[in-house]
Ligand binder design. Structure first.
Ligand code: NAP
Length: 324
């Protein structure tokens, strides 16, 4: 597709990373940015040489020249920002967690289907090539009978307001736990028989740290941990009777190592990236070119499954956002 035009909605941290990513891609341009504040949009546009700067999300959503709008706002806003873009006929790539709850995700996908546009979740780990390398290793049977996995993700982020406040749909689960859950679903699927979990809350009542165990119908277990209070080691490890697979950094794979019980190892390096966010953009380009409403790497049903799991975990922990 020649010169694919992307609009970025929001001008915060990840919006900057996406603008840097697209600058390194062929056939794609960030053609517009929308911010709640025109000054902020102009600053962002100047920094990246972007053609159009809008002082409202509405104006960005109405820009018919855009092939895709990337939504980079706090979780609490994803629903209304997706709906705004979709109602204006735009294709959307919306940051994770896709929405604050499953009901909102279902409404967004229904609206996108009705309007005939693409809507997909920017959960970058689903689109990365290392995800498919892991699939191949699992299918090969090299580690024998697989029984369990562990995965964790955590950073010291207690100073970030977006993560602390319930009104912004904060908490470790929607921001970091979502990667651990996606890792488990990518490796073991979603036929989960029982979920055992607990969390420790921050002073505003959202989860600061959480521990989750999925017991699968086939007897496998997935043991997940996420935290916004500490840097965790970020590894995903899948255990089998003949060895284990170590996935370094479930947030952005830095390499996969298969370690067999006899001590032999095999390493799978990660291909060179721009930032790693290019894969989700490439997938959107392909889906739009094919007239598809969803990306095959992260179908709507998978986003809804993840949101339902997170809804039920929050229910177990007694966490409800004020707007729910
Ligand atoms: N995939 C990844 O690796 C990754 C990494 C980081 C974040 N994320 C996701 O990206 C999204 C944004 O995260 P971020 O770290 O970029 O957040 P951020 O730096 O706080 O930026 C969020 C932007 O959203 C807009 N916004 C609208 N309403 C807001 C409100 N009430 N409070 C604060 N900002 C508001 C602001 O842009 P304007 O002022 O221009 O309107 C703000 O700059 C989240 O969904 C997060 O989970 C993903």
């Amino acid at each position: 597709m020649a010169n694919f035009r992307i609009g970025i909605l929001g001008s915060g941290g990840i919006a900057h990373t996406m603008a840097r990513t697209v600058a390194g891609m062929d056939n794609a341009t960030v053609a517009a940015v929308g911010s709640r504040n025109l000054e902020s949009a102009r600053r962002f546009a100047d920094e990246f040489g972007i053609e159009r700067a809008f002082g409202s999300y509405e104006q960005l959503a109405q820009d018919e020249s855009l092939d895709l709008i990337y939504i980079a706002t706090p979780h609490s806003r994803h629903f209304e920002d997706c709906m705004l873009c979709i109602e204006n006929g735009r294709n959307v790539l919306c940051e994770k967690a896709f929405t604050a709850n499953a009901g909102q995700a279902e409404k967004v996908f229904a609206a996108a289907k009705k309007k005939g546009v693409l809507a997909t979740e920017a959960i970058w780990t689903r689109y990365m090539p290392q995800r498919f390398v892991l699939d191949g290793i699992l299918k090969s049977g090299v580690i024998g009978d697989i029984s369990s996995l562990t995965a964790d993700l955590g950073y010291s982020l207690m100073h970030i307001e977006r993560l602390q406040k319930p009104q912004l749909a904060g908490g470790a689960l929607l921001d970091l736990g979502v990667y651990a859950i996606n890792f488990a679903l990518m490796a073991f699927g979603s036929d989960i028989k029982e979920t055992i979990s607990c969390c420790t809350k921050n002073e505003y009542g959202v989860d600061r740290d959480n521990c989750i165990i999925f017991r699968y119908t086939d007897g496998k277990t997935a043991i997940l941990h996420s935290s916004m209070a500490a840097n965790l080691d970020r590894r995903g490890i899948i255990y089998g009777s003949r060895g284990r697979i170590e996935f370094e950094n479930i947030n952005n794979c830095e390499g996969i190592t298969v370690i067999l019980n006899d001590g032999s190892t095999q390493r799978y390096d990660t291909p060179k990236q721009i930032t790693g966010y290019e894969y989700e953009v490439l997938s959107c380009m392909k889906a739009i070119e094919q007239g598809a409403g969803e990306c095959s790497e992260m179908p709507h049903a998978e986003s809804i499954k993840v949101m339902k799991i997170m809804d039920s975990l929050r229910e177990q922990w007694g966490i409800k956002y004020p707007f729910e």
